[in-house]
Design a protein around this ligand. Structure first.
Ligand SMILES: Nc1ncnc2c1ncn2[C@@H]1O[C@H](COP(=O)(O)OP(=O)(O)O)[C@@H](O)[C@H]1O
Ligand SMILES: O=C(O)C1=C[C@@H](OP(=O)(O)O)[C@@H](O)[C@H](O)C1
Ligand SMILES: [Mg+2]
Length: 166
């Protein structure tokens, strides 16, 4: 949460002429309510069930950039879909950066606690190894803005493609 998946993903899609999907936005479009309402009515388990169906559907599409929610990688079925169909990019940020980028935003139910910094710390510790294991590319997002990061990811992807096809 706050790594930049939604904003950098959208920018990367624009730069690379691909269609952008955000799994959370897709879940909201399908249900007609925002993510916090799904958590409120169905709990995190209900949200995760919707997330797994949505990621299954979206990873079947070609020529897209997909931003998942940060917790999607907890489910092995999601990891399998992403690994099988995608080139997976881990956008890494420090806990402090994640906190600063999310502190004004009320749309992340897991962070609506008395101590969101501690929650981000806990999630980082749990998830960082999973993200690293899954990722084809790890990008540190601390020193560049959204546009620059999208551009450097595109450059990296084109170079890798050149290497593979030469
Ligand atoms: N590299 C960055 N530097 C500064 N702010 C950023 C960066 N990446 C994202 N942001 C900002 O952080 C906030 C959260 O980004 P978002 O794309 O929603 O993250 P995620 O989808 O990973 O939770 C947004 O306001 C976004 O503009
Ligand atoms: O990290 C998580 O478990 C979640 C991250 C959110 O997406 P972002 O990573 O885009 O904030 C969203 O899917 C939901 O609030 C749960
Ligand atoms: Mg997002």
């Amino acid at each position: 949460m706050g790594a930049g998946k939604t904003t950098i993903g959208r920018s990367l899609a624009r730069l690379s002429n691909k269609t952008f999907y955000d799994a959370d936005h897709e879940i909201e479009a399908r249900t007609g309510v925002r993510v916090p309402i799904i958590f409120e009515i169905e709990g995190e388990a209900g949200f995760r069930a919707r997330e797994v169906e949505t990621i299954r559907a979206l990873t079947a599409l070609n020529d897209i950039v997909l931003a998942t929610g940060g917790g999607a990688v907890l489910n092995p079925a999601n990891r399998e879909c992403l690994r099988k169909h995608g080139f997976v990019i881990y956008l890494r940020a420090s806990v402090e950066e994640l906190y600063q980028r999310t502190r004004q935003d009320k749309n992340r139910p897991l962070l609506q606690t008395a101590n969101p910094r501690a929650k981000l710390e806990q999630l980082y510790t749990e998830r960082d190894p999973i993200y690293r294991e899954l990722a084809d590319l790890v990008v540190d997002t601390g020193r560049q803005g959204v546009q620059q990061l999208a551009q450097s990811i595109l450059t990296e992807l084109s170079q890798r493609h050149d290497i593979r096809s030469s």
